[in-house]
Design a binder for this molecule. Sequence first.
Ligand SMILES: Cc1cc2nc3c(=O)[nH]c(=O)nc-3n(C[C@H](O)[C@H](O)[C@H](O)COP(=O)(O)O)c2cc1C
Length: 205
Amino acid sequence: MKVLLINGSPRPNGNTAAALQETEMVFRQEGVSTEMIHVGHQAIRGCIGCGGCVKAGRCVFDDLVNETAPKFEACDGLVVGSPVYYASANATLVAFLTRLFYSTGFDKTMKVGAAVVAARRGGLSATFDELNKFFTISGMPIASGQYWNSVHGRAPGEAVQDEEGMQSMRTLARNMTFLMRGVALAREKYGLPERESPVRTNFIR
Ligand SMILES: Cc1cc2nc3c(=O)[nH]c(=O)nc-3n(C[C@H](O)[C@H](O)[C@H](O)COP(=O)(O)O)c2cc1C
């Protein structure tokens, strides 16, 4: 069982990282292997809607997005962490996720997703909702914890003092492990749900 963790903060030792590391500790205790990828400090451009990925099965910009794609395909669960910037996810992370999800044609159904967010004070649940939408358009069930997965802190490392936040991260990781195991058993017993070929109407015809 494998979990891929994406840190959208430009600070590899910041508060988002602290939250993700708390989940990582539990995943390891549970025998789940982990890999964390830091994207927030990298120059990752946004999607230009060229459609090149539809033919090629990969993004035309050959960067960390294409490097991450096979790891995403191989994982059972994806945890995405972001600092809150103006009540939204970090823009670099959004560029990364948009291109990663759009350019990869593999079936993401029943890979378990979870979002975690870090902020000094406000915009946490808006950012949490924003990130969860990548999962819910992709057939990915969402693992949840004991609160909306968030930690508070401003300077790097402050979030470690947010005891409730840190506990939420541990609960999330335990729940996510349970869900991934449940999905694995169900997949073995029943197979993945049948998929219809998609209907796309654009609301005009
Ligand atoms: C450009 C920018 C915008 C920010 N916007 C918000 C915000 O809307 N709400 C908030 O509570 N904190 C905001 N912050 C503070 C960060 O969310 C906070 O310091 C967080 O812990 C950073 O996480 P990190 O250490 O993982 O980078 C902002 C910080 C920056 C640099």
